[in-house]
Write a protein that binds this ligand. Structure first.
Ligand SMILES: [Zn+2]
Length: 192
């Protein structure tokens, strides 16, 4: 979006911050800046967009590798920085992952170095979620066997863009802020 640039915290600094290279003194200045630069989120989106190899418009970053993007022909989907798409953002993206499960103490010990810190194998399992496109590890969770994959983030994008950023999304609809995760296994069941 085009508006007057607030350069008190310049975009180049944001880029360095995203890359983990911004000097700590500058980070503190950015945190303490009052009032905050009013276009910080937009500059942040630009920085993110310039770092990915695809053109779909980023609406929100939801983890190190994952973004909710607006598709050209309509739709809001979760997309990995490698380009792999997980589909509608209202469905937990974990359902589209390669999953590795650690159930025994031996398997857990491979990733938990301190023995006392290892989970109880008879109570819980460790799940690791990987992108099918680039095999980046996208998330982990420690849950009882059979527990549904935790849906980490279902943002209310319309409220965020309309009420917080003052720029409503063009495809605003009450239908967006709904968890549709259970529809995916229902489809699998139909497919047999
Ligand atoms: Zn990926």
């Amino acid at each position: 979006m085009e508006q007057k640039r607030d350069t008190r915290f310049p975009k180049e600094h944001l880029r360095l911050l995203v890359e983990g290279k911004l000097d700590w003194e500058e980070v503190k200045k950015a945190i303490r800046l009052a009032p905050k630069d009013n276009d910080r989120f937009w500059k942040y989106l630009e920085v993110l967009q310039e770092r990915v190899p695809w053109k779909d418009k980023i609406l929100l970053r939801i983890s190190d590798h994952l973004y909710i993007v607006a598709k050209e022909g309509g739709g809001r989907v979760v997309k990995c920085d490698c380009g792999h798409e997980f589909g509608d953002y209202r469905v937990n993206w974990k359902l589209g992952c390669r999953i590795r499960t650690r159930k025994t103490l031996e398997e857990m010990a491979e990733v938990v170095a301190v023995e006392e810190a290892a989970p109880e194998p008879h109570l819980v399992e460790i799940r690791e979620y990987y992108c099918p496109g680039c095999f980046s590890q996208l998330g982990t969770e420690i849950v009882p066997e059979g527990y549904p994959p935790i849906f980490e983030m279902l943002p209310d994008l319309d409220t965020f863009y309309r009420d917080w950023l003052g720029t409503p999304l063009p495809d605003e609809s009450p239908d967006w802020f709904q968890d549709k995760t259970l529809e995916r296994p229902a489809e699998w069941a139909k497919e047999g």
